[in-house]
Write a protein that binds this ligand. Structure first.
Ligand SMILES: O=C(O)C1=C[C@@H](OP(=O)(O)O)[C@@H](O)[C@H](O)C1
Ligand SMILES: C=C(OP(=O)(O)O)C(=O)O
Length: 433
């Protein structure tokens, strides 16, 4: 897909107000289709995120012969009752812009009795896959990828996966999840050791669907199993989507908002930890805890102070780092973010694109190889040339929030990339205006 649309970014002269339920969590939505597909029975998923990325996961499973119905934001998946009942896709699987779909499906589909081809868009075709190809190959998967690292690729027919002991060289929930899917199909116990704890939605959902993993801090043992039982999944609001409004409300004078039933999984709540460290006040109410914890978050405008963010804190906030940089431009003092080199291999090199775009609005940011140094207290202004999402949904939405803070009239190029994770972002922002 080419992202072409240029939009006039909205303003909120009186701040953000009111209540909003953000769309469902992207990571959990992807995984609900995967577990639903191998379970026995019909899985019903409510508050599913119908964004481009998740629709690519649904599209791939439909091509594998899984019957999936969509009605409003409810998705119904007729499970196949195991990993062994898929049919060979008659076209290559289109992964679009979605790193999660690609990396998770590589492990999930690494023991199928037929070849499967996969391709993606220009951005996804530049993102490294050797982080999953290498360990999956050790397990016996047979993958021919472009330069052994990139899409397009072919996952060759394979009937044997060997269990391995593997220490993950990167802190990545995508790599961990891919290897869990493969481990469930291997011939013995697979032992994984994470570099740092990363989001645990795969582990929680396996448990919800009647499976079992042994976990102890960064160690996970996967025992082969494919007896999963269909479930009802209620997807909480995506904290990564809520984060745009949390930062907007904290930084635009006069704001006071409540975001309803946002996912509060502790492996994902780094944006709240960062706000705490910046001295922000917010309240959490109506907490629920089904398979994933959730609650309502109320936050208003306030002054923020600079913080340091280090490597160990990054996984819980990896997709929200662009927003921490933006908040840091408004905070008192100098913020230093380190250990965030993974941002260089997201939809764009987010260290480069965040810096380039916020500098257009007057921010004082110095990029580092693994993060940023931000001198705060800047009055952001309208950019004299259009801002650019660079085709990266999270950069596009972060810039829309930056324009709210500036109270400016900036334009945003390549705005339609936002549909990758949050198609109704501008409508929801209007609801809070
Ligand atoms: O597992 C997931 O659902 C995700 C994991 C993260 O990627 P990495 O695991 O590559 O850090 C995150 O950036 C991505 O948006 C979603
Ligand atoms: C990095 C992201 O997603 P993915 O890796 O699935 O493309 C994201 O949503 O910010």
């Amino acid at each position: 897909m080419k992202y072409m649309t240029t939009v006039d970014l909205p303003k909120v002269p009186n701040g953000l107000h009111g209540q909003l339920a953000v769309p469902g969590d992207k990571s959990i939505s992807h995984r609900s289709v995967m577990l639903g597909a191998i379970s026995k029975g019909t899985t019903v998923v409510d508050h599913f995120l119908l964004s481009d990325d998740c629709l690519h996961t649904i599209g791939a499973f439909r091509q594998l012969g899984v019957n999936i119905q969509i009605e409003n934001d409810q998705v119904t998946i007729e499970g196949k009752g195991g990993f062994n009942h898929f049919t060979q896709p008659d076209q290559p699987l289109d992964m679009g812009n979605s790193g999660t779909s690609t990396r998770l499906l590589l492990g999930f589909l690494s023991k199928q009795p037929f070849d499967i081809e996969m391709f993606g868009d220009a951005s996804l075709s530049k993102r490294p896959l050797d982080r999953v190809i290498n360990p999956l190959s050790k397990m016996g998967a047979n993958i021919s990828a472009t330069d052994n690292n990139f899409l397009p690729l072919t996952l060759h027919a394979n009937n044997q996966l060997n269990a391995i002991d593997y220490k993950l060289p990167v802190a990545s929930a995508q790599v961990k999840s891919s290897l869990i899917w493969a481990g469930l199909q291997a011939d013995g116990k697979t032992h994984l050791t994470e570099k740092l704890i990363t989001r645990d939605h795969t582990e929680k959902m396996i448990d919800q669907f009647g499976g079992h993993l042994d976990q102890d801090d960064v160690n996970i043992t996967v025992t082969p199993q494919d007896q999963f039982k269909a479930q009802h999944v209620d997807v909480p609001g995506d904290i990564s989507s809520a984060a745009f409004f949390l930062i907007a409300a904290a930084c635009v004078p006069g704001s006071e908002i409540t975001l309803k039933q946002v996912g509060l999984n502790q492996t994902r709540d780094g944006i709240l930890q960062a706000l705490d460290k910046m001295g922000a006040q917010y309240t959490i109410s109506n907490e629920s805890n089904d398979s994933e914890p959730a609650g309502d978050i109320t936050i208003g405008y306030q002054s923020l102070t600079a913080i340091n963010v280090e490597a160990a804190e990054i996984p819980a906030v990896v997709d929200e780092v662009p927003l921490i940089v933006l908040a840091a431009t408004q905070a008192k003092g100098t913020t230093i973010i380190s250990g965030a080199e993974e941002l260089r291999v997201k939809e764009t090199d987010r260290i480069a694109t965040v810096t380039e775009e916020l500098i257009k609005m007057g921010a004082d940011i110095t990029p580092k190889s693994d993060g940023f140094v931000i001198n705060g207290g800047t009055k952001l202004h309208t950019a004299s040339e259009p801002l650019d999402s660079h085709g990266d949904h999270r950069i596009g939405m972060m810039l829309a929030v930056a324009n709210l803070i500036a109270g400016g009239d900036s334009l945003l190029d390549n705005a339609d990339s936002i549909s990758v994770s949050y198609p109704q972002f501008f409508e929801d922002l209007k609801q809070l205006s």
